[in-house]
Design a protein around this ligand. Structure first.
Ligand code: HEC
Ligand code: HEC
Length: 365
């Protein structure tokens, strides 16, 4: 609506209309940066030290996150695979990166990263700041092998020196600052309270009878919450069903021969082969397809796996082994399945999919 007013400035900065040479933009059109005059309040709801400075860094991080110039051929941005409409996950099993190459795993939702102990399906990264630069230098994802070439490349674009000036007090562009700003932006992507949270906080009208039944099935009858728990993380409000936070890696019996060794690849420990991070189920309704390889298209497919698809893999989690030592078949009747799916839908925060502060700041004329 009043967006056009915002076209004009970022603090001191005049947003610059520039033509995009190689990006996937319709030829002949021009791309411009649309940033608010006063940075969005990414950090105002928490009493963080220097929220203004954090907000300016997050603003820069947002631009970097959406900027295809972070890839070698100016065609791939972080947001190409981490899409806002899907809670910053991708809606395909394997994402398309640099020169059309596919990722080896399903792109997870980037959200609620604060307090996480590790990242990626195998937990190979523990520092979110490193993680911001690694996809850039990863051949499959963005094609840039040496991130130290990036500052010079970005400096040639008309909009960055002012954005770095605003965020860091001078216009110098460094790899550290690039990582820092992207990390600060990602740390601001937190899910808002959902219907489940309202219910847990005492509003019994926030969930339907079927959803409440589904919650009980998930928590008790089928013990899903033994693994998908989450609880409350430091510095965050409720994160029930938020997953292991990058601290637990388990094998749920997907493949007899591990196609992907998961955590085992990183630790070299044989009993960790085929184990993967317990994913957060926040926004799970938005993040299909599912599992580390995106093998299941729907939540119904996922429940079918637990119902009758678990395979007795070498490292199958003991919770999924029955008394006779075989793979557990939960045999979930259709009514229970529908209730669990209804419950999983109460974990959805739809605001994240449209919030302007997380959206693509590059607009096309
Ligand atoms: C071509 C697609 C693609 C691009 C581009 C991409 N990512 Fe990813 N991202 C993935 C995939 C796939 C994974 C999971 C990899 C794994 O677990 O082995 C991932 C994982 C992550 C994670 C960890 C999430 C979690 O829950 O563990 C974060 C954070 C992340 N990416 C941020 C970024 C940032 C920042 C950029 C841009 C600098 C970026 N990604 C660019 C596909 C992509
Ligand atoms: C033994 C621990 C464990 C139990 C019990 C368990 N899960 Fe999982 N769940 C996992 C792990 C680990 C993954 C990721 C596996 C992978 O990708 O290889 C997962 C993946 C999922 C996913 C996909 C999430 C995504 O983003 O890809 C859903 C949905 C899910 N589980 C729901 C359930 C439900 C419903 C139940 C109960 C019927 C349940 N889980 C029981 C550990 C468990």
């Amino acid at each position: 609506m009043k967006k056009l007013i915002a076209v004009c400035s970022i603090l001191l900065v005049i947003a610059v209309a520039y033509s995009c040479k190689k990006s996937a933009v319709v030829s002949g059109s021009s791309v411009y940066l649309d940033l608010p005059t006063t940075p969005y309040p990414y950090y105002d709801s928490f009493a963080f030290f220097q929220p203004d400075s954090l907000n300016r860094k997050a603003t820069l991080g947002r631009v970097l996150f959406y900027d295809t110039h972070l890839s070698l051929n100016n065609a791939v941005a972080c947001a190409s695979c981490h899409k806002q409409e899907y809670s910053f996950a991708d809606n395909v099993s394997f994402s398309v990166g640099y020169e059309g190459r596919l990722t080896k795993r399903n792109a997870p939702a980037v959200m609620n990263v604060q307090g996480r102990q590790s990242f990626f399906w195998d937990g190979r990264e523990i520092n979110i700041r490193n993680l911001s630069v690694r996809p850039i230098s990863n051949h499959v994802e963005m094609g840039i092998t040496d991130p130290s070439t990036l500052p010079q490349k970005l400096a040639a674009l008309p909009y960055y020196s002012n954005l770095f000036l605003s965020a860091y007090g001078d216009g110098q562009i460094t790899v550290d600052r690039i990582s820092d700003a992207i990390a600060i932006f990602m740390q601001a992507i937190n899910t808002a309270p959902t219907r489940l949270d309202r219910y847990v906080d005492g509003d019994s009208t926030a969930m339907t009878a079927q959803e409440v039944a589904g919650k009980a099935l998930f928590d008790s009858k089928y013990n899903c919450s033994s693994c998908h728990n989450g609880g409350v993380r430091p510095g965050m409000f409720n994160n029930f069903y938020g997953g292991g936070g990058g601290s637990s890696f388990l094998d749920i019996g997907l493949d007899n021969n591990y196609v992907d060794m998961g955590r085992g690849t990183i630790t070299g420990i044989a009993t960790e082969n085929g184990t993967f991070n317990v994913p957060s189920l926040r926004n799970v309704a938005l993040t299909a397809p599912y599992m580390h390889d995106g093998r299941y298209k729907t939540l119904s497919d996922v429940i079918d796996h637990y119902s009758h698809g678990i395979i007795k893999t070498p490292n199958l989690d003991p919770l999924l082994i029955n008394n006779s030592g075989n793979a557990l078949q939960m045999s979930i009747p259709d009514q229970d399945k529908q209730a669990i799916i209804a419950f999983l839908n109460t974990l959805t925060d739809y605001q994240i999919t449209t919030a302007p502060r997380f959206s693509n700041p590059f607009k096309i004329n």
